[in-house]
Design a protein around this ligand. Structure first.
Ligand code: PMP
Length: 428
């Protein structure tokens, strides 16, 4: 090596070190400047979050910052590529890992926090005053509410149908909530879990304001009302939708989600559609739910619900959390933005849940399995090269005693084909 070469190599090495050191110092400064700019700009004039703000909000140096309590662990969930489904369909199938929300472990953390914050703003809830939160829920919203109630100085009283997985009500008890498991009943009956929660909240307020009995309840009863409360879809409009948009750099072709209250699909669609007019919003609907026919044909009806065949559950499916036979305020908020619907049988949902463990090590609950099945159907309909986003609402650990008991153990399976999942039939 000549002396010249040595000098060049030495100079390049030194320049490399200086550049690395400079960048290390410069990067946090760059992030600080971007965030400063974002703060100065504030919100877009219509009160909505501006596109630039959304994209800047995804700029983050290193690991997440220190947050305040469990409520600080809500939102900003990863968007993960499901490798097996992407390879099998030729589309990019991405899933928002909502089971990683850090309070109650599901997408309902966002909703519970939003409902509590709105009630506090409206003066309906005051921390540490004896106020209690009442809710009718198939489980996830109750778990999120019970967790956040403890974090914020309230008591929680949860009413749920007694056919839902036992681990959810056990968990609620451990979280210090009062739990009422009631027999499934139509929404028109007073014994229905939602109506019961509403009535108990009213009784609470009445007992504390009218009774002289020292053992009477303190504070007020607040009925959270996730089905009708607009704070529900707004949580997804402000959080889930903008996060997906930023994580995809504004590039996606379809959004696929089931509807329990309808808050997720409406909130995300209301945020994304004005920005992505060609986006297809697809409802993933389990068997027994009437929404599929509502979206496709304008009539709320499901063949499984016809007279004489209806079983006792809210919808006739092993799937929990999604599917409904009435239109709620939260579904109505975004209904016109839903372009299509995919109906998913229990057998297909069970097969998809097993596939995700077998191929990807992803262990999710029943509604997420329905979402992923509908995402695959959407991918096959759109054709290769498209990007589809769906939701992984909660973990399989919440569904061990019902859905996963039926799905069975995956064992050493490695050779399941996507056709096997698509053509899955109920065991005779
Ligand atoms: N998945 C699970 C596990 C749920 O509990 C729910 C809500 N009941 C959903 C999905 C549906 O979300 P949304 O209520 O926003 O329609």
């Amino acid at each position: 090596m000549t002396d010249h070469s040595r000098i060049y190599i030495g100079a390049a090495f030194l320049a490399g070190i200086l550049l690395t050191l400079g960048y290390k110092d410069l990067y946090p400064e760059l992030v600080r400047l971007l965030e400063e700019r974002r703060r100065r700009r504030g919100k877009a004039p219509n009160g909505h979050i501006g596109d630039e703000e959304i994209l800047l909000s995804s700029v983050r140096a290193g690991p997440p910052a220190i947050v305040d309590g469990v409520e600080g662990c809500i939102g900003n969930t990863p968007l993960l590529r499901i490798k097996s489904l992407s390879e099998a369909t030729g589309c990019e199938i991405l899933a928002k890992a909502e089971f990683l929300n850090g309070a109650g472990g599901s997408s309902k953390d966002r909703v519970a926090l939003s409902m509590i914050q709105m009630a506090e703003k409206e003066g309906l809830l005051t921390p540490h005053s004896g106020d209690a939160i009442y809710e009718g829920t198939s489980g996830s919203t109750g778990i999120s509410l019970a967790t956040l109630a403890r974090a914020k100085g309230y008591l929680a009283h949860i009413c749920m149908p007694d056919d839902q997985a036992r681990e959810k009500s056990d968990l609620l008890l451990k979280l210090g909530a009062i739990v009422d498991r009631v027999p499934p009943a139509p929404i028109v009956e007073t014994g229905n879990f939602v109506n019961r929660a509403r009535a108990l909240a009213q009784e609470h307020t009445l007992s504390s304001t009218t009774s002289n009995d020292p053992s009477a309840k303190r504070g007020r009863g607040f009925f959270a009302d996730q089905f009708e409360n607009e704070a529900n879809w707004q949580a997804h409009f402000r959080g889930t939708g903008p996060e997906i948009y930023a994580q995809c750099n504004g590039k996606l072709d379809a959004f696929v989600a089931g509807a329990g209250t309808g808050g997720t699909i409406s909130g995300v669609a209301l945020f994304l559609k004005p920005r992505l007019p060609n986006l297809s919003v697809v409802l993933a609907d389990p068997q027994g739910s009437g929404l599929y026919n509502r979206v496709r044909y304008g009539v709320m009806f499901d063949i499984k619900e016809r007279e004489g065949t209806r079983r006792r559950r809210q919808v006739d499916s092993i799937v929990e959390g999604i599917g409904i036979n009435r239109v709620t305020a939260n579904f109505e908020a975004g209904r016109e933005l839903v372009d299509d619907a995919v109906r998913v049988t229990d057998a297909q949902a069970l097969a998809m849940a097993r596939w995700l463990v077998e191929k990807d090590g992803i262990f999710i609950g029943s509604s997420s399995a329905v979402n992923c099945f509908a995402a695959v159907k959407t991918a096959l309909k759109l054709g290769p090269g498209h990007r589809i986003v769906t939701i992984l609402s909660d973990s399989g650990t919440r569904h061990l005693s019902r859905f996963w008991a039926k799905a069975g153990d995956v064992g050493g399976a490695t050779d399941t084909k996507l056709e096997d999942v698509l053509n899955a039939k109920e065991d005779a």
